[in-house]
Design a protein around this ligand. Structure first.
Ligand code: SF4
Length: 345
């Protein structure tokens, strides 16, 4: 498969995902700070590093860019409740986004359950407590309508920071030469995997801060990579400036409406795909670890591309550098994003 074919199968932020909440989700990432350190966290909240909190003014700009969006607008982290601006986010969201569309991704309310209840639609909120009884009870007490989960069952997280480009070279290991389209079989295989990526097919685009500036990515993992590597001087700024729909008056009779960032087709995000998808492990569906594993043999698996950011918060946790696909135990998971179901495999 080549890049063009791959892009034609991918889901852009403004395309509907049938069967999903309101047929789509776009996240606003307010912080990577989190009170937990789950193995293989998609946002790298298991790693040390600088934590920032999105200023309310940037949060408001993000919501304005999503004004005509029809899907769920998620407040996302890390744990958003850790942010000192959480109450401000809630107030802005109540002004800018209809109740039905307001979602929250949170593992622990940390005393903010009542304002969560006043702000978010529990039917489109994802509240995985990651086996924390206190967090579960607090959600149930302060937000009786919400549905926290993950108390009795752990989640299985595939390694996200094993870059495909590090384990699937440009050519197959057996040296098969480029095919008649001029593509080597290795890169063709990568595009095939990317075109069927579970996060792209089933989850979200995102807005976050990159070097202090508001940016949008077609995928929440593309965003996470950018945020985690943003202090490297050569790391590129791949984000799109998140502008909403706007009218341009052409002459006294004609007004054009320009598309919002989330209405752009996948081809407009091809620079992000080129960088982030090839540096991502999601399509590999590695077996990974249970998020709360206490097993002494558990490891954080990463590859050379991300080795520099892989400094676990939990100091005794080992990091294993992955060189080959075999090390990932691929083939055991049908879908990476079935986090709870996969815990029993
Ligand atoms: S960055 Fe990773 S998770 Fe996102 S679409 Fe690309 S391959 Fe999938």
């Amino acid at each position: 498969m080549n890049e063009r074919e791959c892009l034609s199968r991918m889901v852009s932020p403004g395309m509907k995902r049938p069967g999903k909440w309101l047929q789509g989700v776009i996240q606003i990432h307010v912080t990577r700070a989190c009170d937990k350190h789950c193995y293989n966290c998609t946002q790298g909240s298991n790693f040390v590093g600088k934590n920032t909190f999105m200023p309310p003014i940037e949060f408001e700009k993000a919501t304005i860019s999503l004004r005509d969006y029809w899907g769920v607008v998620g407040v996302f982290g890390g744990n958003p409740a850790v942010s000192p601006h959480f109450e401000d986010y809630c107030s802005i969201l109540r002004q800018q986004i209809p109740y039905e569309q307001r979602g929250l991704w949170c593992n622990n309310p940390l005393g903010k359950g009542k304002i969560m209840r006043d702000t978010f639609n529990p039917a489109v909120s994802n509240l995985n407590v990651h086996m924390d009884r206190k967090a579960y009870d607090e959600f149930r007490r302060d937000w009786p309508e919400c549905r926290p989960f993950g108390l009795d069952k752990d989640s299985r997280h595939s390694p996200v920071y094993v870059a495909m480009k590090d384990v699937i070279g440009l050519r197959d290991e057996d040296g098969v030469p480029p095919n008649r389209n001029g593509l080597s079989t290795g890169i063709s295989k990568r595009y095939e995997l990317i075109s069927n990526c579970d996060i792209n097919q089933h989850w979200s685009a995102a807005i976050g801060l990159f070097r202090g500036e508001l940016r949008a990515w077609f995928c929440e993992i593309a965003m996470a990579q950018s945020i985690l590597h943003q202090d490297e001087p050569d790391y590129p700024d791949t984000g799109t400036i998140p502008v909403g729909r706007r009218n341009i008056i052409h002459d006294s009779k004609t007004t054009y409406t320009l598309r919002a960032w989330w209405e752009l087709p996948m081809i407009s995000f091809s620079q992000q795909v080129d960088k982030h998808c090839h540096e991502c492990g999601v399509p590999l569906r590695g077996y990974g670890e249970l998020a709360q594993s206490k097993d002494k043999d558990s490891v954080e698996q990463v590859s050379i591309t991300h080795l520099g950011i892989a400094r676990p918060k939990h100091k005794d946790r080992p990091v294993e550098e992955v060189h080959t696909l075999d090390m990932l135990e691929t083939g055991k998971l049908e879908r990476t994003t079935n986090y709870i179901q996969n815990s029993s495999i």
